[in-house]
Ligand binder design. Structure first.
Ligand code: F6P
Length: 323
């Protein structure tokens, strides 16, 4: 490997900048050239390249978002789009790509590598934590803390007004943010797609809470919950408990921004380093991850197709502690 291209793609995540910085500085340390590709795979197709040096990544380790910008590219899903991208890689002399992102990013990387022989390595960057092959994805810890702080603030007003709040958090089809932020904020119930929930169970939880003298409650709902939309959950609850004062808050994209946490900065630094050193060892079509505090490489195929399991203990703990 002589020249590495680095890009961020898909939904941005706090810590992506720390990962870019790590890729750039590790590559330069090993006398490799690095080129930044702006705007994800679209930048590869349109030829938006920036030569990167150690100073081009100064003062970014603490910044949310991504200095390289991100996009979800529909053109890269086409053979023609990928052929254009390959022409630019050849013209630039790029022989390997570090692709920072989630599922969609990795799928694109894998197809591109199989079609054109460019080496690729994935770095998991998404707040959803839904990537197999790493205990945590970059951005997840920061998003959790953002959600937790927001829910804490909502609890203040929920308590003052003796209200029930349904709070929706992100996570696409996964419930990691919901489960963990719910436990951390003492939610009375947590609804996630990985668990079969029913309205009756939810109502039973409210009835028990009433009996125990609770006068305000927080229910954390994962956006991917399949039982009902968060607004529908609130509506149905109002029909069952007409006296209850109910509000809904959708936390939304606030969870994607902000300065990365210490854990995310360190994780991103380790994974950026792992991506470059992996390429130097001849690895391709793998994703760098950290499992049990060890740098590991997982075939991209597995990272995409397998699922991170929800910890069943956490589910049980969340129920017991909501007493
Ligand atoms: O994958 C990150 C994520 O924030 C998901 O949690 C959410 O479902 C989705 O992206 C939102 O996408 P967009 O920013 O395109 O609305």
């Amino acid at each position: 490997v002589k020249k590495i291209g680095v890009l961020t793609s898909g939904g941005d995540a706090p810590g992506m900048n720390a990962a870019i910085r790590s890729v750039v500085r590790t590559a330069i340390y090993h006398d490799l050239e690095v080129v930044g590709i702006r705007g994800g795979y679209n930048g590869l197709i349109e030829g938006h390249f920036t030569k990167m040096g150690p100073r081009s990544v100064s003062n970014i380790i603490n910044l949310g978002g991504t200095i390289l910008k991100s996009a979800r590219s529909s053109e890269f899903r086409t053979k023609e789009g990928r052929a254009k991208a390959f022409e630019h890689c050849q013209a630039q002399g790029i022989d390997a790509l570090v692709c920072i992102g989630g599922d969609g990013t990795f799928t694109g990387a894998q197809i591109f590598s199989e079609e054109h022989g460019v080496k690729v390595i994935g770095v998991p960057g998404t707040i959803d934590n839904d990537i197999f092959g790493t205990d945590n994805t970059i951005g997840y810890d920061t998003a959790l803390n953002t959600a937790m702080e927001a829910i804490d603030k909502i609890r203040d007003t929920a308590t003052s007004h003796s209200r029930i709040f349904f709070i929706e958090v992100m996570g696409r089809d996964a419930g990691f943010i919901a489960l963990n932020s719910g436990i951390a904020t003492g939610a009375i119930d947590i609804l996630i797609p990985e668990h079969n929930d029913s309205m009756e169970e939810l109502f039973t939880t409210f009835r028990k809470a009433q009996k125990r003298g609770k006068n305000s409650s927080i229910v954390v709902v994962a956006e991917g919950e399949t039982l009902a939309s968060t607004y529908e959950l609130a509506k149905k609850t109002k029909v069952e408990f007409p006296e209850a004062d109910i509000r809904v808050t959708i936390l939304g994209h606030i969870q994607r921004g902000g300065a990365p946490s210490c854990a995310d900065r360190v994780l991103a630094s380790r994974l950026g380093f792992g991506a470059v050193t992996g390429l130097m060892k001849g690895l391709t079509n793998v994703m760098a991850g950290i499992r049990s505090n060890q740098l590991v490489y997982t075939p991209i195929e597995d990272a995409i197709s397998k699922n991170n399991e929800i910890n069943q203990d956490l589910l049980q703990i969340s129920e017991i502690l909501a007493l």
